[in-house]
Write a protein that binds this ligand. Structure first.
Ligand code: NAD
Ligand code: UGA
Length: 465
């Protein structure tokens, strides 16, 4: 029976995942630890609306469990030592240096965790990979842990997380499945798997808890993300063909989605997928395939990324082309900066790359996003390193509401599908814009008829004229 859990990494996965486990398992004490003092302070903020991650419903869960059996701390050693089960939920970004630069997952944070656990642990531990990892990483973690020279037994499990941002609380409360990979051949391995099954069984039906061997579990996570991203790239590839043939990508998506073998979900054409994981995980998959000499497999998956990059660029190019081939000193309003609605996360958001293209054409950009902070938007653009900071400060402004962002603009670009956008007073927005007033709907969410009636020139991704 697990009494104490430690989770290393208080990010988008560690925070919400542990909050739900704490809510559902009040008899288990859970401590979420992180190196980042500020993040931990935010999780501990007396006002729960200040927790560092915006997720619908999350602050209520934190309010219920925090201080009862859910704790956030920076004392990592203590939490490791006291726990029976340790989740590793740290970031695994794409490597930015050395061998595998730009492709492989950077496992340095994972290795640091393993070494810290090895150094600190004085009693047996079940170590759970929660982060998304290359297949066979459990072997490396095991090697590090088994060379501690003390008498501690470590069992490694893989328990990848499938939550999507914006719907984390409902995904965690009602998961399609929970996947647990472990060493089923040994008695201790079986017991470790069972211990984690028992945690989830507090609220997840048994038939949705799937147990596999370690490698299947690790590889299933990369495979799931690759398949999901591939669906978005597939419909986005069709969006370009729709635009020049007069077809409508939403109609095509509906028509194919009614085939039960294809299914209706995840077929919404867009300005491209973003988020911290799809691109990183596919690049990692491509790297793994190449490292085994599977070049055709690698090329197949790489195409998903190539198409996504193309989709972001062509959206920006279409704006330039439509605005009479120049956007120099024209104001373009961005509605949305987050990579999808209902999150404040901007990692790999398509908005960043569309802005980069337009800034390089000397456009002026004003951004409004209901949840993203001004400082984050500047950080995102400056991190690209492709545009001078002075130029960014001159040309990019962050507005405090949509009306201000759109005032005196030549065009509006919809980059995130925030629901509030449809409720705006579009007549008021139109009245304050240069004419012709263009809208480029990169998410296909606005009411086309209404906008056209007002007088907007409206372009929707994937809609042929
Ligand atoms: P994140 O960057 O939001 O959080 C990771 C946290 O780990 C950071 O706060 C960082 O300070 C901390 N950290 C790093 N090294 C540490 C160490 N040695 N000791 C203590 N803390 C340390 O990342 P995330 O989005 O939560 O993703 C974590 C993992 O989960 C990644 O592998 C990702 O691929 C995977 N994943 C993410 C999502 C998602 O929706 N974001 C979903 C499923 C899986
Ligand atoms: C995705 C997966 O959905 C999760 O299962 C997974 O756990 C997670 O990655 C991860 O490993 O990090 P997430 O990136 O949070 O979750 O959000 P998604 O809903 O998958 O959206 C990803 C991107 O694809 C967004 O930019 C979204 O706008 C775009 N998208 C999604 C589309 O353009 N069209 C769609 O039909 C669906």
């Amino acid at each position: 029976m697990i009494k104490k859990i430690c989770c290393i990494g208080a990010g988008y996965v560690g925070g919400p995942t542990m909050s739900i486990i704490a809510q559902k398992c009040p008899e288990i004490e859970i401590t979420v630890v992180d190196l980042n003092q500020k993040r931990i302070d935010q999780w501990n903020d007396a006002d729960v609306s200040n927790i560092p991650i915006y997720e619908p419903g999350l602050s209520n869960v934190v309010a219920e469990a925090r201080g009862r059996n859910l704790f956030f701390d920076t004392d990592i050693d203590k939490a490791i030592d006291e726990a029976d089960m340790i989740f590793i939920s740290v970031n695994t970004p794409t490597k930015t240096y050395g061998k595998g630069k730009g492709m492989a997952a950077d496992l340095k944070y994972i290795e640091l965790c393993a070494r810290q656990i090895a150094r600190v642990a004085t009693s047996d531990k079940i170590v759970v990979e929660k982060s998304t990892l290359p297949v066979r990483t459990a072997q490396a973690i095991k090697n590090i842990l088994d060379h501690t020279g003390n008498d501690v037994n470590f069992e490694i499990l893989s328990n990848p997380e499938f939550l999507a941002e914006g719907t984390a609380v409902s995904d965690l409360t009602n998961p399609d499945r929970v996947l647990i990979g472990g060493q089923q051949e040994t008695e201790k391995g079986k017991q470790a798997v069972q211990a984690l099954v028992d945690v989830y069984a507090h609220w997840v039906p048994k038939d949705k808890i799937l147990t596999t061997n370690l490698w299947s579990s690790e590889l299933s996570k990369l495979t799931a993300n690759a398949f999901l991203a591939q669906r978005v790239s597939s419909i986005n590839a069709m969006s370009e063909l729709c635009e020049i043939t007069g077809a409508d990508v939403d109609e095509v998506a509906k028509a194919i989605g009614m085939d039960s073998r294809i299914g209706p979900k995840f077929l919404k054409s867009s300005v491209g997928f973003g988020g911290s994981c799809f691109q990183k995980d596919i690049l990692n998959l491509v790297y793994i395939a190449k490292s085994y000499g599977l070049n055709e497999v690698a090329d197949y998956w790489e195409q998903v990324i190539i198409l996504n990059d193309h989709q972001k660029r062509r959206f920006a190019h279409n704006i330039v082309k439509t605005l009479y081939n120049t956007v120099s000193d024209k104001k373009i309003a961005f509605l949305g900066w987050a990579f999808k609605k209902d999150t404040n996360d901007t990692r790999e958001s398509p908005a960043i790359y569309v802005a980069e293209e337009l800034l390089s054409e000397q456009a002026k950009i004003s951004v409004w996003d209901p949840k993203v902070k001004e400082s984050q938007i500047y950080t995102d653009i400056n991190a690209l390193g492709s545009i001078e900071t002075d130029e960014v400060n001159n040309r990019l402004k962050v507005s405090s509401n949509a009306y201000e962002a759109c005032k005196d603009s030549h065009a509006i670009a919809i980059l995130t599908e925030w629901e509030e956008f449809n409720g705006y007073d579009w007549q008021r927005i139109y009245d304050n814009m240069h004419k012709p007033a263009f809208v480029f709907d990169g998410r296909g969410v606005l009411n086309k008829n209404k906008l056209q009636e007002i007088g907007f020139v409206y372009y929707r991704i994937g809609e042929g004229g």
